[in-house]
Design a protein around this ligand. Structure first.
Ligand code: 13P
Length: 290
């Protein structure tokens, strides 16, 4: 199946009470691991790409072409969306031009009017090209690729205004944080999520900072309307841990253990493992052909 936008998969997730995982990619190994796991589990999936990761992988066109070609060569038949994560106004336009099927325009740091206006423009371009748009109010806490958020909880009125720009998915801060959660984290603010849901109705809501959120909170968030959950750091931590073990066990020094295809294999398997855990937790397994 060629790249798809997120419209259909999000509508199905909303109706089926599960969430689609959006896993950030960093290179070919990451992309392959996530696509193969989605296929094995018959799950829809979104590949998230931050602007930093995009730059690292030599730009929007390289990423879009790699993902499209990999879907074809690996015979991936489950729905896959290629999604710009926390895009700037310029970045979102470049990603759309290069063939991304979905973008997040993160205007949460702009004054509300400017966020609404810029979001409207991105929506017009994206929809013309058949792509979907996620936008954000109420910043997500923590730091990701140099984007630092203070973690405000989104105002339901502002969520409704952002929805009225024509976006397809809404990211609203509810006490979630990018990266590892600190020991004193208070957990997701479900009353805030319920208030947002009451204001925007049945509409795809996005939960950022999926790393380390306990399963009961994930399930509750899905029951309150979350249909897309972003995971980045946890894949990195799994990759790092497995790679560290390989090297500490001296396996890179045995035979051809230095070959990057061998050296990176345990990390790739670890990414597959955490993606499987998350897809099962999010309930998207088996929904690839809905
Ligand atoms: P984590 O790195 O905390 O999993 O967050 C990912 C994310 O929200 C990407 O936008």
């Amino acid at each position: 199946m060629p790249l798809v936008n997120a419209k259909d998969m999000e509508a199905k997730a909303l109706a089926g009470h599960y969430a689609v995982g959006a896993f950030n990619i960093n290179n070919l190994e990451w992309t392959k691991a996530i696509l193969q796991t989605a296929q094995e589990l018959n799950s829809p999936v979104m590949l998230g790409v931050s602007e930093g990761a995009n730059k690292y992988m030599c730009g929007y066109e390289v990423v879009a072409d790699m993902v499209k070609a990999m879907i074809k060569s690996l015979n991936i038949t489950v729905p896959v969306a290629l999604h710009l994560d926390h895009g700037t106004y310029e970045g979102a336009k470049k990603a759309l031009k290069a063939g991304y099927s979905s973008v997040m325009f993160d205007g949460s740091h702009y004054p509300l009017e400017e966020n609404l206006e810029k979001t409207r423009e991105i929506v017009t371009i994206a929809h013309f090209l058949g792509a979907t748009v996620e936008a954000e109010v109420g910043t997500i806490g923590g730091e990701e690729d140099g984007v630092v958020g203070m973690g405000e909880v989104a105002d339901p009125e502002e969520c409704a205004l952002l929805k009225s720009t024509g976006i397809d998915m809404l990211a609203a801060g509810i006490g979630n944080i990018h990266g590892k959660y600190p020991a004193n984290w208070k957990g997701l603010q479900f009353d805030a999520l319920a208030n947002i849901k009451a204001k925007v109705g049945d509409f795809p809501l996005v939960l950022h900072g999926g790393t380390g959120i306990p399963e009961d909170q994930i399930k509750k968030a899905i029951s309150l309307g979350v249909t897309k959950i972003n995971v980045n750091t946890e894949c990195q931590l799994y990759f790092q841990e497995a790679t560290r073990k390989y090297i500490e066990a001296g396996k890179d020094l045995e035979g051809k253990g230095f070959d990057p295809r061998k050296l990176l294999a345990p990390g790739v398997d670890a990414i597959k493992e955490i993606v499987r855990i998350k897809m099962e937790m999010f309930g998207s397994v088996g929904h690839g052909n809905d």
